[in-house]
Write a protein that binds this ligand. Structure first.
Ligand SMILES: CC(C)(COP(=O)(O)OP(=O)(O)OC[C@H]1O[C@@H](n2cnc3c(N)ncnc32)[C@H](O)[C@@H]1O)[C@@H](O)C(=O)NCCC(=O)NCCS
Ligand SMILES: Nc1ncnc2c1ncn2[C@@H]1O[C@H](COP(=O)(O)OP(=O)(O)OP(=O)(O)O)[C@@H](O)[C@H]1O
Length: 285
């Protein structure tokens, strides 16, 4: 008779997907040096965020991701019942996040993106190619949740002012930033022997080159967005995060974005989405 049962617990599919989503969020937060974002070095352009808060927030979302996967398994198909179940669970997850962080928005965009992807993965676990998962996630995102509140969010204000497409449209289009930019860049930089952390930084930069990040637009307008997109492209053109010239450009971009108070939070969420899909695709799950 043992006081401790050290037998590994057999996890359910929903629990494994929730583990994977939380891992992706923690890996995103820890990745350093990210321009103007919270990372191991500091708080970037944020006064109300820090790494410990990002970790606590990520862990607080585990139950919401598990419940989304369970809802997918129970519903078994894409339709309004699943969309509305996932919307309700996402809003509850957001409350759990806010209770953990004392009201600070650490992961709103990530709940949306990873929530849809966890749901999509649970619907058909054998069909884990990036294109298939993101297509199912897009079909869910296109359904209208009758119970979703329509607040004048930062994203909504920026959409009115600049006509920018934000988190909702990115999902409805099947996460083009992830499928067309981040995942190919991640694989390219890995194949070039740049090392895992540099490959992930390059994937983040690839997202930043094109994204209409509504966090940046809200905080720093079109000038901030232009600085983000061109600066990210300059790092990649200089050889990426693994090269000395690329590192210099990355450091400049970090300083420029912090001076503009322009934090690419949407790009960070999409990097987490990329890491989640990459693990699913690699079969490490
Ligand atoms: C769709 C969401 C993200 C709201 O978007 P909106 O742009 O109106 O809000 P907000 O300004 O709060 O931005 C949300 C976050 O998205 C991220 N983001 C910003 N720009 C982008 C972009 N171009 N692409 C992807 N993500 C982005 C940022 O992290 C930002 O903080 C979401 O919060 C929502 O509607 N939730 C309702 C509950 C629900 O249905 N949940 C489903 C769970 S799967
Ligand atoms: N490592 C990270 N550092 C900072 N933000 C991140 C990081 N990872 C993800 N994010 C995303 O960035 C968003 C936070 O950005 P921001 O602080 O601009 O949001 P806000 O509360 O809407 O705006 P503000 O702080 O300007 O009032 C979150 O929704 C989160 O999903």
């Amino acid at each position: 008779m043992h006081a401790l049962n050290l037998q590994p617990k057999t996890l359910t599919l929903a629990e494994r997907l929730a583990d994977l989503a939380v891992d992706a969020l923690i890996d995103e937060a820890d990745l350093s040096p990210k321009p103007a974002l919270v990372d191991r070095r500091g708080n970037g352009a944020h006064t109300d965020l820090h790494l410990g808060l990002m970790h606590a927030s990520a862990l607080s979302l585990w139950s919401a991701f598990k419940e989304m996967a369970e809802a997918a398994i129970e519903c078994g198909e894409i339709g309004l019942p699943l969309r509305e179940a996932v919307g309700r669970i996402g809003r509850e997850g957001e409350q759990a996040m806010l209770a953990t962080t004392g009201g600070v928005n650490t992961h709103r965009g990530a709940i949306w993106a990873l929530g849809l992807l966890v749901t999509a993965a649970a619907l058909e676990p054998e069909s884990s190619a990036a294109g298939s998962i993101t297509l199912r996630a897009a079909r869910l995102a296109l359904l209208d949740d009758r119970y979703a509140p329509r607040p004048l969010s930062h994203g909504a204000q920026v959409a009115q002012r600049y006509g920018a497409h934000g988190a909702r449209e990115e999902a409805q289009l099947g996460f083009p930033s992830v499928v067309q930019r981040a995942l190919p860049q991640l694989k390219h930089s890995r194949a070039a022997g740049h090392g895992e952390q540099n490959a992930r930084l390059d994937a983040l930069l690839a997202i930043m080159t094109r994204l209409a990040d509504t966090c940046v637009l809200y905080r720093a307008g079109e000038a901030g967005l232009h600085t983000m997109q061109h600066g990210a492209q300059a790092v990649l053109d200089a050889g990426g995060s693994a090269s000395l010239a690329g590192r210099r450009r990355l450091h400049e971009l970090d300083e420029q974005l912090i001076a503009l108070n322009a934090s690419p939070g949407g790009a960070a969420d999409l990097l987490a989405a990329c890491l989640f899909i990459d693990r699913l695709e690699s079969g490490a799950f």
